[in-house]
Write a protein that binds this ligand. Structure first.
Ligand code: 0X9
Ligand code: ZN
Length: 434
């Protein structure tokens, strides 16, 4: 568990910028500040967008307003932007020009995610069912693909959910859950272990939680993080990983009340329709485990994120995280750190895993995918890395499903009694019918 302490140096990918669009303030810059005991408390209250620490300096993404705050406080900084050109762009210029997949290359955009999910449902009608969980602000669907043997009947089974892309620029976080769905379905017939999982559990894959943001990141501003809420003051976006209703707005360090901030928490918990969709699904049936994929930093984090206090189930959460990290490392040799989120570089409040664990007791994880460091590409994963990153996460995902099945205690009166028969995701979440 103490591994997480090492994470004070990790390249946490909190955000590179809130992004820039017409009507918004000028482009943010990357700055560095000398780290000192005396300075840390002052910096912590400024709601800064931390990137990482290196050689005694803290690197931060700063908007004009942040620079003013620092200047007023008499804190010296150095502008470092030019040192940070993405090392491994997701697509080469030549690839961009010709890519059949468009400027996003092998990464899926909203339309491609939709096509793939529909294809999976029609190829595997007994194992996959597609649900429309709700609409985004701009009217795109939030899709959930349910994977299970006898998928059309509600069985009393352990349940796990894999979520992707709360943050728009974290393209790889779409790919891992999406590729998992195809892998599980294609291997059901030939791989007894996969068959065993789908026979005894229900796996929900929601690869694209923030479709408006992803489209904006692909077509307008690669570093966009939030959704596309018009905040009405010239700024856009709510951080979907700060808008859940658990410890929402706990302090101004773990999230920001400032609409222009990259970690803006929104006007109220669950103000954002993308998260209402996740909330309604999770409230409709119990989930034993959850993984929300992000990048970057090669880290597995578990509650709490809003405080350094340990969660009641910290020992078990840590044991499962260790199990996942070990299985990941065994594949490509890449080490993922793990530990309680609040002991990492920064706090978060109103965040996914705190909510899932705090409200439902779900064993909930944030998996920050590669790379480990900003200089190794940050949010830009090479297309050639998509498969290796998926394949290294696969045994961690199957392990968590297996553990969820093993520790599942069916509720009284079930199975088959009908007393706990699950309902469909609800009135506003009809099953998709072509
Ligand atoms: O800040 C976030 O929402 C997550 N990192 S990211 O760079 N992908 O934005 C981390 C959430 C986990 N919680 C804490 N680190 N406290
Ligand atoms: Zn993220």
């Amino acid at each position: 568990m103490k591994k997480i302490i090492v994470l004070t140096l990790m390249a946490m990918s909190l955000s590179l910028a809130a992004g820039l669009a017409a009507g918004e303030s000028s482009a943010p810059v990357i700055i560095s500040l000398a780290k000192s005991e005396a300075l840390t408390p002052a910096l912590r209250t400024m709601g800064l967008d931390f990137l990482f620490e290196r050689d005694g300096r803290v690197f931060v993404v700063a908007a004009e307003t942040d620079l003013l705050k620092l200047e007023r406080a008499g804190i010296a900084y150095a502008v470092e932007t030019e040192r940070f050109v993405p090392a491994t762009p997701s697509t080469s210029p030549a690839r961009q020009a010709q890519a059949a997949g468009g400027i996003n290359g092998d990464f899926h955009d909203y339309f491609e995610v939709e096509q793939e999910l529909r294809a999976l449902e029609s190829e595997f009608p007994n194992l996959a069912a597609l649900y429309d969980l709700g609409d985004s602000l701009e009217g795109r669907e939030i899709y959930g693909l349910k994977l299970s043997a006898n998928v059309l009947s509600d069985e009393n089974e352990a349940r796990i959910i894999f979520l992707g892309c709360h943050h728009a620029r974290e393209w790889i976080s779409v790919e891992v859950p999406l590729l998992f769905a195809r892998y599980a379905l294609e291997h059901y017939a030939s791989d007894a272990a996969i068959k065993g999982l789908l026979d005894r559990s229900e796996i929900w894959v929601v690869p694209l939680t923030n479709p408006d943001g992803l489209e904006y990141s692909i077509h307008t501003y690669r570093y966009w993080r939030k959704n596309r809420r018009d905040n009405g003051d010239g700024s856009f976006g709510v951080d979907l990983n700060r808008n859940y209703d658990y410890a929402w707005g706990w302090d101004n360090e773990g999230s920001s009340p400032d609409p222009d901030s990259a970690i803006y928490r929104g006007r109220a918990p669950f103000s954002e329709p993308e998260l209402q969709a996740v909330r309604d699904l999770m409230a409709s049936r119990p989930f034993q485990a959850l993984v929300s994929f992000h990048n970057y930093s090669q880290t597995i984090l578990y509650p709490w994120g809003y405080t350094e206090a340990l969660a009641p189930d910290a020992a078990r959460l840590d044991e499962l995280a260790a199990g996942m990290a070990g299985r990941i490392q065994a594949v490509n040799g890449r080490a993922y750190s793990y530990g309680p989120a609040g002991s990492s570089l920064y706090f978060t409040n109103g965040e996914t895993t705190d909510w899932a664990y705090g409200v439902f007791g779900t064993m909930a994880y944030t998996v920050e995918l590669p790379p480990q460091e900003y200089e190794a590409g940050g949010f830009f994963n090479a297309e050639a890395e998509i498969q290796p990153i998926f394949l290294e996460n696969l045994p961690a995902m199957t392990y968590l499903i297996e553990e969820s099945i093993a520790s599942y205690v069916p509720p009284a009166g079930a199975p088959g009694s009908g007393e706990r028969r699950m309902r469909k995701p609800g009135r506003d979440t009809p099953r998709i019918k072509d």
